[in-house]
Design a protein around this ligand. Structure first.
Ligand code: SIN
Length: 312
């Protein structure tokens, strides 16, 4: 089975790798991903200065769902430039994705430039969708600001593959509004979706929310989020397939989930919750489950599956 993929000129030996989420904050964690069968290494979304975790409890997971409010903990972008240098030294053939978060324009452009100029980072992912910072909106729900931001980013003369991590949209009209903005710029990929933001789960026994930050509100993943992710991938692919690849980031438990997202239009796949739970073994397990399932259906290349969903 042919499972390699490209983003612009950057080659991924496998289309499955990690999401900016669990287990990608420290240099040790990143080197472990690089040494596994993951096709690339996404570093934790970073800000100009280091950030601490939100207060505990901030993450609860059961079989069918998880809720989180981590708060974008990271070591600050300078550390991720150092980590990228060490990863590249040891694993020169694995692409490194820097995930950059927007807090205020000046800081943000400083980070974009730093990763654009760095010789070790291969791909830029701009996170416009974190729901877990008190007082900061999910930028990609504000269409006008997103449009202005993209205009300013591309005015910097970006040459590396660049993409934007988006929140879920729940109405095709909104998906289309965002697609129309993306189409105006040379966007290489979008990562969709981030968690369903600002949800509340209550424990009736204790009469409290399950997590502490932000009045109990957090990002939801789960079995019922997967159809939302599939719909976003399908709608975006339909609108921007000719210019922009889609990285699916969602609730992935097995290789058949991956198969379904390729059918909906995803070209690459990021693992989050399952990676947090199983550590790097999940990359090999999910890849081999996917290959077994796709081969049993007669496919020999992921390009034959992408957007091959049959109409009813
Ligand atoms: C977090 O660190 O709170 C999650 C990151 C995200 O949702 O982008």
């Amino acid at each position: 089975m042919h499972i390699s993929q490209t983003l612009k000129t950057v080659e991924f030996p496998s289309f499955i790798f990690n999401a900016s989420g669990p287990r990608c904050t420290t240099q040790g964690e990143l080197l472990k991903i690089a040494g596994s069968s993951a096709g690339g290494i996404t570093m934790k979304s970073c800000s100009p200065e280091a950030r601490q975790w939100n207060p505990e409890p901030r993450y609860i997971e059961v079989d069918m769902w998880s809720i989180n409010s981590m708060g974008l903990p990271n070591h600050g972008y300078k550390k991720y430039l150092e980590y990228a240098a060490e990863i590249k030294k040891q694993f020169p053939n694995k692409p490194i994705i820097a995930s950059i978060v927007w807090f205020c324009p000046e800081d943000f452009f400083l980070l974009i430039k730093a990763f654009q100029e760095d010789k070790n980072v291969d791909v830029l992912e701009v996170n416009l969708s974190c729901p877990n910072v008190v007082g900061k909106p999910q930028i990609a729900y504000d269409f006008e600001t997103t449009d202005e931001l993209l205009q300013q980013i591309f005015a910097l003369g970006i040459t590396k593959p660049i993409g934007f991590k988006l929140p879920p949209y729940f109405d095709p009209v909104h998906t289309e509004m965002m697609a129309n903005i993306l189409k105006k710029y040379p966007v290489d990929f979008i990562t969709c979706i981030n968690s369903v933001g600002n949800t509340l789960i209550i424990d009736p026994e204790t009469e409290q929310p399950l997590i502490a930050p932000k009045w109990g509100l957090g990002g939801l993943w789960g079995d019922y989020v997967k159809p939302v992710a599939l719909a976003n991938v399908r709608m975006f692919y339909k609108m921007i397939w000719d210019k922009t690849k889609i990285i699916w980031c969602g609730w992935i438990k097995n290789g058949i989930d991956v198969f379904e997202h390729l059918l909906a239009g995803a070209s690459l796949v990021q693992l989050g919750t399952v990676f947090g739970k199983e550590d790097t073994d999940c990359f090999e397990r999910i890849e081999s489950e996917f290959i077994e399932y796709a081969s049993s259906k007669g496919y020999s290349d992921i390009s034959e599956i992408i957007w091959n969903l049959k109409e009813l």
